[in-house]
Each structure stands twice: as C-alpha cells, then as structure tokens.
Design a protein around this ligand. Structure first.
Ligand SMILES: Cc1cc2nc3c(=O)[nH]c(=O)nc-3n(C[C@H](O)[C@H](O)[C@H](O)COP(=O)(O)O)c2cc1C
Length: 250
C-alpha cells in the first residue's frame, strides 16, 4: 500500500477517560467516551422527550431486511421502583434461574476468561471488595437491580421466534442508543444481569411472555465522585484481532 494511503496511527483512547482523546472527530469521541458507568446521580432526571429522541436516532440501526425486531420498555419513578423491588425480592428468595437465553458460554475458555477476570478484579479492586468477600460481592451485584441509581432504566426485548440474526440487530440498536446518549452527555451501562430474572421483569413491566428480554440499560448522568467509575476497560488493538488480506501492493 502506498504510504499516503495508510491511516495515521490510532490515538490513545485511554487518555482522559471522560474526555475524548485529542484528534478525534465527534463520532469517534462519542464512541470512545462511552463507558459502563456503575454509579449515577439519582436526582438528575432525563427528559422523556430526550429519551424518545435518542431511541428515534438509534432506530436508524440496520436490521436484516429491515425487520426492526427491537422493543423497549423505559422505566422511571414508581415503575422503576416496582421492577427493582420485584427483582430484589426474587433474588433474595433464591430459586431457579429465570434465564431467557444464555448470554455467556456454559464453559469459559481463554483468552476471554482472562479478560473477564481482569475486568472483575479491576472493578472490585476499585470498590475495595477483596477476593472471597461474598456478601459484599453479592451486594454489589445487586446494585444492578437499582440500575446503579440511574433515574431511567431501559429494557430491550424482542419476539422469541426470531433467531440469532436478530440478536445482532438488537446489538446494533442498543449500541446506537448508548452512542446517541453520549452525544447528549448521558451515560449508560448495558446489563445482562436482568436476564436471570426474565419472568419477574416481564411481570413487572408488561413485556409479553413470548418475548426475549435481551438486556437492561441504565441511563443517566455519571456520579464522578464514585471510585467505581474510575474503571477503564482495556481493549486489544485492531491489529491483534484483524487479518488483513490482499492489501499489499507487492
Ligand atoms: C450486553 C451487555 C451486558 C452487560 N451486562 C452487564 C451487567 O449486567 N452489569 C454490569 O455491571 N456490566 C455489564 N456489562 C458491561 C461490561 O462489563 C462492559 O461493557 C465491559 O466490561 C467493557 O467496559 P466498558 O463498557 O466500560 O467499555 C454488559 C455489557 C454488555 C455489552
């Protein structure tokens, strides 16, 4: 490839964490400043008109033959409290998992297991929770079901007659939601944790029984004073996960 066709080296996306790295355009800034925020300002509300706008923008996501499989339930106030309380009660009661689908592999393998462990160690380290501190770990996991204090929660669901392809469509839509939210200074955390309580979420929100709960999402403004929000997850560089074929001039 001629030198003038080569891309400049990528910027260091780790720079600044909350601020975009220098040299990024607006789209790149919105994408690279998205992080999973796990402590929100509970009293800073999100205007419902803004939520609608974000969802309208996100719905420009492509989907196979334009089927647009996505459905969303947005909860705030009393409705959010109701679903949180129902899931906390189900969680405390124990019992069979209410899983709609396997989000994770049944058996873990490398290098993915190592990445997963690192994320966990880094996060619990910031929270001051040590290995084997089961009660604290359980309580922190339970914070998922308060939407980490975000004022708004979203649930993404789709008809269970769809196949794996529609999970791809859902992922594209959900990422769009997170990026569109960033463009308005909002933060998010996608949450598969709710999937373990699919039936309870369905009952509390009116999601039909024949719909798969794909995931939840926190939406709100970051509490920058909380150490957990210092978490910055690493990424492999593109050259490590991409095979370039047919680009060499010689
Ligand atoms: C579909 C999906 C489900 C997730 N579920 C959870 C969850 O239940 N709880 C949580 O704290 N983080 C959850 N995460 C966040 C991941 O841990 C996070 O995206 C990953 O560590 C990379 O960090 P980043 O989002 O800050 O870049 C989920 C992410 C995705 C994409």
């Amino acid at each position: 490839m001629p030198d003038d066709m080569k891309s400049p080296p990528p910027p260091d996306f780790g720079y600044g964490r909350r601020a975009p790295a220098p040299g990024l355009n607006e789209t790149e800034a919105a994408i690279t400043t998205r992080r999973s925020v796990r402590a929100f300002l509970p009293d800073k509300p999100v205007d419902p008109a803004l939520i609608t706008r974000i969802l309208d923008v996100a719905a420009r996501a492509p989907s196979g033959t334009n089927i647009q499989p996505w459905h969303v339930v947005a909860v705030a106030g009393e409705a959010k409290h109701r679903v949180s309380a129902a899931v906390h009660a189900a969680r405390e009661a124990g019992g069979e998992p209410e899983m709609g689908y396997n989000y994770y592999p049944v058996e873990w393998f490398e290098p993915y297991l190592g990445r997963r462990r690192k994320l966990g160690w880094d996060m619990y380290g910031l929270l001051g929770i040590g290995k084997g501190e089961r009660e604290k770990t359980w309580a922190q996991h339970g914070r998922n079901f308060d939407f980490f204090d975000a004022p708004v929660g979203l649930f993404f669901h789709m008809d269970n007659r769809f196949e794996i392809g529609s999970f791809v469509d859902m992922g594209l839509f959900i990422e769009n939601v997170m990026i569109a939210a960033r463009a308005h200074g909002l933060d998010t955390c996608p949450q598969a944790a709710w999937v373990d309580y699919t039936d309870t979420v369905r009952k509390a929100t009116g999601i039909p029984d024949n719909h798969v709960l794909v995931c939840g999402l926190c939406l709100g403004y970051e509490d920058t004073s909380e150490p957990v929000n210092e978490l910055y997850s690493e990424r492999e560089p593109a050259t490590a996960f991409t095979t370039f074929l047919g680009f060499d001039a010689d």
